[in-house]
Design a protein around this ligand. Structure first.
Ligand SMILES: Cc1ncc(COP(=O)(O)O)c(C=O)c1O
Length: 377
């Protein structure tokens, strides 16, 4: 009996559809990472971790937060981060993915409605799949449609709270949610959950996110990840204290998991120091965004620009996208093609991610390479 046959068959089906994923080594100038501020390899972050190790901070948390894993470094970081982002409290997780699974599978209750933007991240969908609430979607960034879906749900007898879930800056499209309109809707109907994964560190005063003005409200929850602009790994949910207590008592991904490494709390705190002390990093990234937009508008004016550090260049077909990505990679740029199911069918794209790991000259060269290769499709 070939026990591995079903897995081979599934991989064969992916290959036929041109959707096999492969782990490839890093090569070329970084236009693919989420290390937006160039902190992941920054000496100041490394020094903070080295000093912590030298002064006896352990590598591992050694247990769940509810057992031996609740370290002073994690607690201090959460208190500090809550104050930085403007929330009543913060709770740490090993990553944004488990944080979203914990949040969506635990907070919305039976009888509630969990309303997701149509382009919500896989981690949000996974949490929603485990939720006791009813789940519905609204059209991407369409607050009017969100209101219509709620009206329809209420008319059908829905009585509970509505939890509206969005990303402040969408990971594959680089566009922004209409947060003010959605906050007004949430004030009438329930809660607003803002995933700031791609905005933390990059947007808002000192990088506090696009929803910074809403932080601290009793019906707003934000997710700030540490693995993107903050250069480490892990995540924080910022939320009212009572909801933090509820997660500590009820969220299975929090209760039944080893706590994040104390070193990541140290690195996270050092990253917040850097946001405070080096505001020019944010400015330099914004300058690169403007430069890329200017270069591309001059060279390939039919391609719309997102206005953020994430710029999707939609090609359409999967095969053409991956072929173009390979050619651009061969020219020395680490630029990745993104295909369905990560993005909707027919919208395969090159996802340009602008980071401080690329210089202005790299950005200019990338734009000219794209101009050269684009019509060759
Ligand atoms: C919008 C969004 N939310 C959550 C996550 C998950 O965060 P992490 O990578 O820290 O698990 C990601 C990462 O890809 C993301 O893009």
């Amino acid at each position: 009996m070939d026990r591995l046959a079903p897995f081979r068959a599934d991989l064969d089906r992916l290959a036929v559809a041109g959707r096999t994923r492969r782990l490839i080594p890093r090569a070329g100038v970084d236009f693919a990472s989420n290390d937006y501020l160039g902190l992941a390899g920054h000496p100041r972050l490394a020094a903070a971790v080295r000093d912590a190790l030298d002064s006896g901070v352990p590598v591992g948390a050694a247990g769940s937060r509810l057992l031996r894993g609740n370290t002073e470094w994690q607690e201090a970081f959460e208190t500090r981060a809550a104050a930085f982002f403007g929330a009543e409290s913060a709770l740490g997780f090993g990553g944004g993915y488990p944080a979203n699974v914990a949040l969506f599978s635990t907070l919305p209750q039976t009888g509630d409605l969990l309303l997701l933007d149509a382009l919500s991240h896989a981690s949000t969908r996974e949490g929603a799949r485990l939720s006791r609430a009813e789940v519905a979607e609204f059209r991407h960034n369409d607050a009017g449609h969100a209101a219509d879906v709620i009206t329809g749900w209420r008319a059908g007898g829905g009585r509970g709270a509505v939890w509206i879930a969005v990303e402040s800056l969408y990971s594959m499209d680089g566009d922004r949610a209409p947060l003010d309109d959605l906050a007004q809707l949430a004030d009438r109907e329930g809660f607003l959950i803002i995933d700031e994964a791609h905005a933390t560190g990059v947007w808002g005063p000192q990088g506090r996110g696009l929803g910074h003005a809403l932080e601290g409200r009793d019906n707003v929850i934000t997710l700030h990840t540490l693995g993107k602009a903050l250069g480490g790994s892990g995540a924080l949910l910022c939320l009212p204290g009572v909801l933090r207590d509820f997660l500590v008592n009820r969220a299975r991904p929090f209760i039944f998991a080893t706590a994040p490494s104390p070193l990541m709390a140290v690195a996270g705190a050092a990253a917040l120091d850097m946001l405070r002390d080096e505001p020019d990093r944010q400015q330099r990234l914004h300058d690169l965004i403007a430069l890329f937009s200017q270069e591309m508008s001059a060279r390939l004016p039919h391609l719309p620009m997102s206005g953020s550090q994430i710029v999707p260049l939609i090609v359409g077909g999967d095969a053409e996208t991956m072929a173009l990505a390979e050619r651009v990679q061969a020219a020395g740029f680490d630029l990745r093609g993104i295909r369905p199911p990560t993005v909707p069918a027919g919208t395969a794209r090159l996802r340009v991610s602008l980071t401080l790991n690329a210089a202005a000259d790299d950005v200019r060269r990338l734009a000219s390479t794209l101009e050269e290769m684009w019509p060759a499709l």
